[in-house]
Design a protein around this ligand. Structure first.
Ligand SMILES: Cc1ncc(COP(=O)(O)O)c(C=O)c1O
Length: 395
């Protein structure tokens, strides 16, 4: 079957795995083995010198993980990928692989909390510098560039304020200055946005989120169009730092990813309805959702994404006290840090996912203590709306 020309939903089910499945299994098996045996020392030589693509040891390669890497590459429009034990393993390995001591990364000033910590606290311990800039304004990026900057790093939509960053504009400026572009595509997923097609060099994912989709796995992925870079990332970083994905988790992702398009379409439908409901509510002062016409990133989101996703955040009258009551009193929507699951999840980023930011930083970057983030799930929208309506009414 020629898979390259197929549409997203078909690729999500069929892409990956050039070899025939053992025993004609419909689902690609979980190769739960740490090591692989060789026929003889000639075979060892062929595999170790990459003349054969057979396997040595699961920390380097594993059939289930290779199958997953091929599938996510097809979905992101990349050449190759590396599977990691978590999103943070992927992100930290990519950052370390692209920087040397004395070099710098420019990152958007708002990032997922642990990514912000790696960039602002860990990298400097090893002599790697950083600058934070407002990458929604390409001029801010230009002003931050100096000859030591080798990477620009951002999420779009941004966690948790949903700002949209112009990937293509950042790519053009970056490449003119010899800077690599790394995009965290966790919120949009390849279903709504493909940063590689807009010129990005590396895409990273917390596959824990929509890619897995069922809240039962922690995993990460990095994808690129540069096979040499992927080999370097895999064998010099993933393999040596040791942040390998378990084949069992790889299998869970292969299963979850089959319904990625289906889930994204339905979750987006629910998110649009909830965003409009919140926008019209008298207690709500602001809704951040890229699909709302009056949202600052709406036009850009329409250009670089094919949909708006299912993440939103909002502010209420009464500030932190009211926000705390809301997240504690919602019944169907659960209070939790993750996102992208079937369940609707809510959280207060300043107190939870982004608590690594100091209160001064939060203020400086416009993140309020009372912002409520919602990962809109797959429950019936009438029940989701009922939960929010009742909670807001009681408060
Ligand atoms: C946008 C984003 N990137 C990366 C991560 C880190 O991923 P993981 O928890 O799989 O290590 C998260 C986690 O919430 C995230 O929201």
């Amino acid at each position: 079957m020629k898979k390259q020309n197929h549409k997203f939903d078909t690729l999500a089910i069929h892409a990956g795995g050039k070899k025939k499945n053992p025993e004609n299994a419909l689902n690609y098996p979980i190769f739960m083995t740490s090591t692989f045996t060789f026929d003889d020392l000639d075979h060892v030589e062929k595999v170790m010198s990459f003349e054969s693509d057979d396997y040595v040891y699961t920390r380097g390669n594993n059939p289930t993980l290779r199958h997953l890497e091929q599938r996510i590459s097809a979905l992101e429009g990349g050449i190759a990928a590396v599977a990691f034990s978590s999103g943070m393993a992927a992100i930290s390995s990519v950052l370390f692989s692209l920087l040397k001591s004395g070099e710098k990364v420019i990152a958007h000033n708002i990032l997922y909390g642990s990514t912000h910590n790696v960039i602002t606290k860990l990298l400097p311990k090893y002599g790697m510098g950083y600058k934070l800039a407002d990458l929604t304004k390409p001029d801010d990026f230009i002003s931050a560039i100096d000859e030591k900057v080798k990477i620009v790093y951002f999420e779009t939509p941004v966690n948790p304020d949903l700002s949209i960053i112009d990937i293509n504009k950042i790519v053009k400026i970056a490449h003119k200055n010899g800077i690599k572009v790394v995009v965290d595509n966790t919120f949009a997923t390849p279903y709504f946005q493909r940063p590689l097609s807009l010129g990005a060099d590396v895409v990273v994912h917390s596959a824990t989120k929509y890619i897995g989709g069922h809240g039962d796995v922690v995993a990460g992925l990095a994808i690129s169009n540069d096979q040499d870079y992927i080999n370097y990332l895999k064998f010099d970083y993933m393999c040596e730092f040791g942040g390998v994905m378990s084949p069992f988790n790889g299998w869970l992702l292969l299963r979850g990813i089959k319904t990625l398009g289906l889930r994204m379409r339905e979750q987006e439908k629910n998110a649009k309805i909830l965003a409009k409901f919140l926008q019209a509510h008298s207690m709500v002062t602001k809704v951040n959702y890229p699909g709302l016409k009056n949202f600052s990133g709406f036009e850009l989101a329409k250009e670089q994404m094919i949909g708006f996703g299912a993440m939103l955040s909002f502010e209420v009258i009464g500030g932190l006290e009211t926000a705390r009551k809301i997240v504690s009193n919602l019944k169907l929507a659960k209070l939790a840090v993750s996102l992208g699951d079937c369940e609707t999840l809510v959280e207060l980023p300043a107190a939870m996912t982004h608590r690594g930011y100091s209160s001064i930083e939060l203020k400086k970057y416009g993140l309020s203590l009372s912002l409520i983030r919602v990962s809109v799930g797959l429950e019936d929208i009438a029940d989701i709306l009922g939960d929010f309506e009742q909670t807001l009414k009681n408060i």
